[in-house]
Ligand binder design. Structure first.
Ligand SMILES: Cc1ncc(COP(=O)(O)O)c(C=O)c1O
Length: 259
């Protein structure tokens, strides 16, 4: 088995170029990252100032934050998530690594939409997991459907869904989420739902996959809705039986999340 070659995250090079041009006085409109245009919440900034000024800091994991995120699932989606099932991570990117490395063995493959967030396929490949991209066009608003996943041969070991999606912004309808959840349940496929763009929708709120698939792995982060991308803080919700495996990976690969 050889070391997998993966593409660079091209947005990083494009961003460096954009900043270089900006430093030369050129006017640049940044579209290269899903970068919030607002600052982090005032209360978070004030709290960070206070902690930096008064606390020696150290490796950190906040039980209070896990409880608050669990309460968010209850209030917002009406689903029960025990705080123990929430693993705080260094952003959604690390959550994705935990989700994939806790779910698949090398040689298995995972289905995802194309167009889609490039790091899904690159992270899967880096972890020796195969990628089954499903071309999605305007007829499905560039989104995955259960039908398209069902048609894959060989059947994938898992599926990554994002709603709202990057780069399309497509929100999957509740019926589509339900159909995908049912298919994954029937066929024993691991379902990973990236919900990082929740809260950023215009006409209707996005639904969590946990409403349809209590066993789904849900990736989320403070990077987008809370405009805290450089704070590198996110989380992964895992089913009860995966808590130890995912926590072991978080501890060994990353230690605790950013303080
Ligand atoms: C769909 C999607 N998932 C995950 C990430 C990674 O986010 P984080 O900053 O929380 O690692 C991004 C970042 O742009 C994204 O667009």
């Amino acid at each position: 088995m050889s070391v997998p070659a993966i593409d660079p995250f091209h947005a990083i090079a494009i961003s460096a170029l954009a900043h270089q041009l900006e430093s030369q006085g050129r006017s640049v409109i940044h579209l290269e990252f899903g970068q919030p245009s607002t600052p982090a919440p005032k209360a978070a900034i004030e709290r960070a100032h206070h902690v930096l000024d008064t606390d020696p800091m150290g490796y950190w994991e906040s039980e209070a934050l896990r409880q608050r995120i669990a309460a968010h699932y209850a209030q917002h989606y009406r689903v029960t998530v025990a705080p123990e099932r929430i693993i705080l991570t260094c952003g959604a990117s690390a959550a994705l690594v935990l989700a994939i490395s806790s779910s698949f063995v090398p040689g298995q493959s995972v289905a995802l939409a194309r167009p889609g967030y490039v790091a899904y396929r690159n992270t899967l490949r880096a972890l020796h997991v195969g990628v089954q991209e499903i071309p999605c066009g305007p007829e499905t608003r560039f989104g995955l459907t259960a039908q398209a996943i069902k048609a894959l041969d060989p059947a994938p070991a898992g599926v990554i869904v994002a709603s709202p999606a990057n780069p399309t912004g497509t929100i999957l309808e509740p019926d589509t989420l339900r159909d995908i959840a049912e298919l994954c349940n029937q066929r024993g496929m691991v379902l990973i739902s990236d919900e990082i763009y929740h809260g950023l929708s215009y006409d209707k709120p996005a639904r969590s996959m946990l409403e349809f698939a209590p066993e789904a792995l849900v990736v989320n982060s403070f990077s987008k809705y809370f405009s805290m991308a450089p704070w590198r803080l996110g989380w992964l919700v895992v089913p009860e039986h995966m808590v130890d495996a995912a926590r072991a990976r978080m501890g060994n690969l990353f230690l605790p999340p950013s303080a």
